[in-house]
Design a protein around this ligand. Structure first.
Ligand code: JFZ
Length: 430
C-alpha cells in the first residue's frame, strides 16, 4: 500500500504473471520517448492545399486520412510511393533519446491508418512492399536500442484501423472483422517474435470487447512475458478490474496528472500541438515546460512519455533536438531526483513546486523561486541536511523548523541557481 510516505503499488495485471518484477525497470525509468511516424508524416497535416493541422482536437497530423476523408486507396497510392526517408538513422535517434536522459522508446509500428513500419507477411501495406524505402524501421530501431542499452517498445493500433469496415467512422474501409482480427494476430506475432526483447506493448484506443483484448494480451504474455502492456488495450468503458493484462494506466493525453497515482501510470505528451509531423504547428512547449512536466509527473508517481514527430526525410526537427538536449543536460545533473523515485509524500503541491522521494531523501523541485526561503512539510522524520543537487560539494543549506517541528524552512540565495527547476535534496532521519 502507499502508506503515509507515498510510493507505488503494482498495476492490476500481476494476476496474469507470477509476480510484477517485469515492472521494475519501467517504474525506475520514469522518462521515455514516443515516436509518431508514418505515411501521414509526408503530408504533414496538409491535403490538397488545405491545412488540417489543428482539426480533430489537434490530433490531425496522424489523423489526416480521417479528417480529410481520404479513401484508403487514394491515401495509400498517393503516400506510400513517396515514403523514402533516406536520412533516417536509427543510431542517431537512439543517441538523441539516450542523451536526453530517456530510458525507453516507443514507436508507432501501425497507427490508425493501417500502414506497417515493419516487415510483415500479413499485408503488403508495409514499408518493405509498398514503399521505395524498403528498410524495416522497427528492426533498425530495435537493434540500435539493444546496442545502446535502451528499452524498446511499439505502439500498435489494435482496434482502430480505417481500412476496416466498421472500426473507422468517417471513412469506413472494406476489411471484414475476421480478416482484420487475423491481420492483427499475425502482426502481433511478428512484432513479438522478430525484434528481440519487446519492452512495451503500447496498445491504443481499445474497444469494448474484453475477450478480443484479452486474447491479444495473453499472446503478448506468452511470447514476451516481460513486456509491459498499456491499459489502452481496453476501452475506458471496460471496468478497471476487468483489464486483466493492463500493466500500467495510460492517462489522458497531453494533460498533466492532477493527482498522485497509486497504480503504475504514464502520461504521454507532445512537444507542440500534434503527435505526427505537422508543417504549420508552432505551439512549441519550452524546455522549462518539459522539465516541469517531468518533475510534476514524478511527484504524482507517473512516467512521462514525450513525443517527437519525425519529418518525411527521416530526421528529428531542430526544435525537438534542442529541447531534448536541454532537458538531457538538466537530467545529467538532477536525474537522481527523477530516476527510481516514487511520488511525493504529500497529496498537494507547494507554492514553489512539488516533491519526489527515494530512500531517506526527498527532492524539492523548486519551479518558482522564493528568495525568502523554501518551506515544506509532510515528511515523516526530521530533516538533517539540505543541499542543491547541482552542487558537487553538497554544501549544507541552513534549515530551521517551526515550533512543533512540522514545517521546515530552507534558507536560499536571492536568485535561483536554475530558473527552470532547482532541485534541493533533503535528507532526513526516520
Ligand atoms: C490516440 C490517437 O488517436 C492519437 O492519434 C495519438 O496516437 C494518441 C497518443 O493516442 O488518441 C487518444 C487516445 C486516448 C485519449 C486521447 C487521445 N484519451 O484517453 O484521452
Amino acid at each position: 500500500s502507499s502508506g503515509p510516505t507515498g510510493g507505488q503499488s503494482s498495476g492490476n495485471a500481476s494476476g496474469t504473471r507470477a509476480d510484477d518484477s517485469h515492472m521494475q525497470w519501467w517504474r525506475d525509468a520514469r522518462y521515455g520517448m514516443f515516436i509518431h511516424w508514418g505515411l501521414y508524416s509526408i503530408a504533414g497535416g496538409e491535403w490538397k492545399g488545405k491545412d488540417y493541422g489543428k482539426e480533430q482536437g489537434g490530433a490531425s497530423a496522424e489523423w489526416l486520412m480521417n479528417s480529410a476523408k481520404i479513401s484508403g486507396e487514394e491515401y495509400r497510392s498517393t503516400l506510400a510511393p513517396q515514403f523514402n526517408p533516406t536520412e533516417f538513422d536509427a543510431k542517431q535517434w537512439v543517441s538523441i533519446a539516450k542523451d536526453a536522459g530517456m530510458k525507453y522508446i516507443v514507436i508507432t509500428s501501425k497507427h490508425h491508418d493501417g500502414f506497417c513500419l515493419f516487415d510483415t507477411e500479413a499485408t503488403d501495406y508495409n514499408v518493405m512492399d509498398a514503399t521505395p524505402f524498403k528498410r524495416d524501421i522497427i528492426k533498425e530501431l530495435s537493434e540500435e536500442c539493444a546496442k545502446q542499452d535502451l528499452r524498446f517498445g511499439v505502439y500498435y493500433s489494435q482496434f482502430k484501423d480505417w481500412y476496416h469496415r466498421s472500426r473507422g467512422r468517417q471513412n469506413p474501409g472494406t476489411m471484414s472483422n475476421e480478416e482484420y482480427l487475423e491481420l492483427v494476430e499475425k502482426n502481433l506475432d511478428e512484432l513479438l517474435s522478430n525484434y528481440g526483447d519487446m519492452a512495451v506493448l503500447w496498445f491504443d484506443v481499445g474497444g469494448n470487447d474484453v475477450i478480443e483484448a484479452n486474447a491479444q494480451g495473453a499472446r503478448v504474455r506468452e511470447l514476451q512475458p516481460d513486456a509491459v502492456i498499456c491499459s489502452r488495450l481496453y476501452s475506458r468503458r471496460v471496468p478497471e478490474d476487468q483489464r486483466k493484462y493492463a500493466d500500467f494506466e495510460s492517462l489522458p493525453d497531453r494533460m498533466l496528472p492532477t493527482e498522485r497515482m497509486t497504480q503504475d501510470s504514464e502520461t504521454c505528451m507532445t512537444m507542440r500541438h500534434n503527435w505526427g509531423y505537422d508543417r504549420t504547428d508552432d505551439a512549441w512547449k519550452s524546455p522549462k515546460d518539459i522539465i516541469e512536466f517531468l518533475a510534476l509527473c514524478g511527484a504524482r508517481g507517473v512516467n512521462l512519455l514525450l513525443n517527437v514527430g519525425p519529418t518525411p526525410e527521416g530526421t528529428l526537427l531542430p526544435e525537438e533536438i534542442e529541447r531534448l538536449q536541454a532537458v538531457g543536460k538538466w537530467m545529467e545533473v538532477n536525474g537522481e531526483s527523477i530516476y527510481g523515485t516514487t511520488s511525493s509524500p504529500v497529496d498537494f503541491d507547494f507554492w514553489w513546486g512539488a516533491m519526489t522521494q527515494k530512500d531517506q531523501t526527498v527532492y524539492l523541485h523548486v519551479l518558482e523561486w522564493k528568495p525568502e526561503g523554501i518551506e515544506f512539510n509532510g515528511i515523516v522524520g526530521k530533516p538533517t541536511k539540505a543541499y542543491f543537487l547541482a552542487d558537487p560539494n553538497r554544501e549544507s543549506l541552513p534549515l530551521s523548523y517551526d515550533a512543533d517541528g512540522h514545517v521546515t524552512k530552507i534558507e536560499v540565495p536571492p536568485t535561483a541557481p536554475d530558473l527552470r527547476n532547482t532541485v534541493i535534496a533533503v535528507q532526513y532521519d526516520a
